[in-house]
Every structure is written in structure tokens, then in C-alpha cells.
Design a protein around this ligand. Structure first.
Ligand SMILES: Cc1ncc(COP(=O)(O)O)c(C=O)c1O
Length: 370
């Protein structure tokens, strides 16, 4: 059997007719950019996230970038975030002109350790940027309390938390502004790139509309310096179709995660735990083991090719060497980067494959006395 970390082809077969008809409808409409589909998707997805406004953009990285720009963040500003995230989070901060400041993560949740934030705040800090990683929310009450105390903004990175719940509220509705991605692998993903900035603040919303469109409100007249970060009509139309399936995707993911929990509970793998304050949406099913590399090698020999999210903490990457972090600065982040790996989890994954993955893991554990 051959199993990849993620695959969309089976899902595409099931949804092909509605996806192709959505694309055809856009092509025949005469509107390809910033038309009715983008507006409709912004309305429905922001409503789903329990915020007043959504601004569709070209990808999740630019969603973070534009959110920072809307908050007037740039040169000489510091943004507190985590190093255990997609490079995109940090790339967007640097593109905005600001400096990322990393805090360590909590060893059991893999999320921002809120007890480390206060120490990282300086006179230059403008914003805390928690990442709701793998499908769970960072502890937003703690983060918002600190933000209030030090007069900071909070921007949620929701690229991995479509549908995630924190204390009965949706991810994306828990701060000043939030950014998400509709990259194909995401819980709500399109067949290409897409993203959205979400807020309930009308001034930020109006600024975001300008910033994604060269600073313009009317064509060919820039009110401020802006960018080209538009979501296009085809991807909005696809996302509108897929939004109808979001609840189904989420329940399938939770169901698969429950099966993994049962099948793997008697192994020495560290399994993900659902935090008491929320509802996990299982974007990724991340397990850990000190012998991670051996297990991955053996799985590969059996046709199971898995991913690591993420194998190298960002503060130790050459691209961010100038920030002057060194090995040992974020011990939990560095430790778990050596132990974690992601088991396949996407709605069209069938139980036969899940059983094969579990059986193979059991065999490896017995073979190597793990
Ligand atoms: C946590 C996180 N933030 C931001 C992004 C950026 O999204 P995109 O790939 O759409 O630019 C991603 C996805 O890659 C992500 O996982």
C-alpha cells in the first residue's frame, strides 16, 4: 500500500461536478476579479467565524502581512510569536518590516506558552501573534489579558484552525484581527492559493479593502500606499462550494482522530490531547517519539511517506540568523522538533489505510522494542 501525508484526488472525484460548474459559472459571468463571488464568500466565511468583516486575499501569508499593515505595524516594531510554525508566519512579519520575537511553546499542546510572553515584551512590542497550530487555539484569554495590560494588538494566525472552537467561540473571533489561509491542504482549502483577513473593527476593514487593492477605493486613484493581494473569483467560487462541506470535513477529521486515538493508545507514541477549553479541528494529527527518525524510515520502507510539522524551528534557520537566536534559546520548541511527526489525516482517508498505518506502527514498535 502507498500512503501520502495528504492527497486531494479522491475528494476531487467526489466534488468534481460542483467544482467544475463553479469555475464555469465564473468564466461565463464576465467577472474574474473582485466580483460577486468574492463578496459572497467574504460574507459567509466571516459569518461562520463570528466576525463582522472578511477581506479575501491571495494567500495566508499576505493575509498576515496585510493584517499587520492595517494595524500600522512596520519598521522598529516587535511582534511576539512562536518559532514552531510555518515559515509563512515569520516571513509575513519580516515583509511588514517588523522584527519577530519568539517565545517558547507549551510541551503538551505545542502552542504558545503564555507564561513566557510577559518577559518578551519591550517598549518596541506592538502585537502578539499566536498561531492556532495543528487545529487548536492558543490560550486567548491569557494573551488578551497581557495585550490589554501592555496596550498591544493581537493577531490570530488561523491558517490551521478553520472551525476550531475556544471557550464556545470560533478561532478568528478572539482578537483584534485574524488571518487565515485556503491553501489546498488546509481544512477549508481551494485548488490553488487563497486567504482572508477577518475583523469586527470597521476601520480596520475599510483599510484592509484599500491595502489589498493598491491603496484604492476607486480605480486608478490611490488614497494610500497599497499592494495587490486580491482573492480571485474562481477561488472564491470554489471556496463557496467547499464551505458547504466544512462541517462534514470537520466531523470526518474528528472521527479519524478518534480512531487513531483508539488504535495507537497502547503504543509508546505520544498522542495529541484535546485541550479542555476548546474543540480540536485536527488539521494535523501530530504524534511524538524520541526515536522519530527511525520510525519514519521504517514507515517509508512500507510505503507510508509522512511529513514533519516542523522539522527545524524557524529561529535556527539560516534565513533568520540575523535575529541572533542560538540553539538552546527555545528548549521546548527545539526538543519537540526532533520528536514530532504527522500521521495522515484528511477527510477522504479511509479506515483501511488508517488500520494499515496503525498495524505498521505496531510492527515497528515490536521490531525495535520501542
Ligand atoms: C500557520 C500558518 N500560517 C500561515 C500560512 C500561510 O498560508 P499560505 O500558504 O496560504 O500563504 C500557513 C500555511 O502554509 C500556515 O500553516
Amino acid at each position: 500500500m502507498h500512503i501520502k501525508g495528504w492527497d486531494y484526488l479522491q475528494e476531487y472525484e467526489l466534488e468534481k461536478e460542483e467544482i467544475l460548474s463553479a469555475i464555469e459559472e465564473v468564466l461565463a459571468s464576465g467577472y474574474l476579479i473582485l466580483g460577486a463571488k468574492v463578496k459572497e464568500f467574504e460574507k459567509l466565511y466571516s459569518r461562520y467565524c463570528e466576525v463582522n468583516f472578511g477581506v479575501g486575499v491571495d494567500n495566508g501569508t499576505n493575509a498576515i502581512f496585510l493584517a499587520l499593515k492595517a494595524l500600522s505595524i512596520g519598521e522598529n516594531d516587535e511582534i511576539i510569536t512562536v518559532s514552531n510554525t510555518a515559515v509563512a508566519t515569520v516571513s509575513a512579519i519580516v515583509t511588514a518590516g517588523a522584527r519577530p520575537v519568539f517565545v517558547d511553546i507549551n510541551e503538551s499542546s505545542f502552542l504558545m506558552d503564555t507564561s513566557k510572553i510577559e518577559n518578551a515584551i519591550t517598549s518596541k512590542t506592538k502585537c502578539i501573534l499566536p498561531v492556532h497550530l495543528f487545529g487548536q487555539c492558543a490560550d486567548m484569554d491569557e494573551i488578551n489579558l497581557l495585550a490589554q495590560k501592555y496596550n498591544l494588538k493581537v493577531l490570530e494566525d488561523c491558517a490551521q484552525s478553520h472551525g476550531t472552537v475556544y471557550k464556545n467561540k470560533k478561532a478568528g473571533s478572539l482578537s483584534d484581527i485574524a488571518a487565515t489561509s485556503f491553501y489546498p491542504t488546509k481544512i477549508l482549502g481551494t485548488y490553488g492559493d487563497g486567504g482572508m483577513v477577518m475583523t469586527s473593527n470597521e476601520d480596520l476593514y475599510k483599510k484592509l479593502l484599500r491595502l489589498r487593492f493598491y491603496g484604492m477605493e476607486k480605480t486608478n486613484y490611490a488614497l494610500e500606499h497599497g499592494y495587490n493581494c486580491r482573492l480571485d473569483e474562481i477561488h472564491a467560487a470554489i471556496l463557496l462550494k467547499k464551505l458547504n462541506h466544512l462541517q462534514d470535513y470537520l466531523s470526518k477529521r474528528r472521527n479519524l482522530a478518534e480512531h487513531y486515538n483508539i488504535l495507537l493508545k497502547d503504543t509508546s507514541l505520544g498522542l495529541p490531547t484535546e485541550l479542555a477549553y476548546g474543540k480540536h479541528s485536527y488539521y494535523l494529527y501530530v504524534v511524538r517519539h524520541p526515536k522519530r527518525d527511525l520510525i519514519l524510515e521504517e514507515l517509508k520502507n512500507k510505503g507510508i511517506i509522512l511529513n514533519i510539522h516542523y522539522p527545524c524551528p524557524i529561529h535556527l534557520m539560516p534565513g533568520y540568523k540575523y535575529l541572533n537566536y542560538k540553539q538552546g534559546d527555545l528548549p521546548v520548541t527545539e526538543k519537540i522538533a526532533k520528536e514530532i511527526f504527522s500521521l495522515p489525516l484528511y477527510p477522504s482517508l479511509n479506515f483501511e489505510k488508517l488500520q494499515y498505518i496503525s498495524d505498521t506502527i505496531h510492527e515497528i514498535m515490536i521490531k525495535h522494542h520501542l
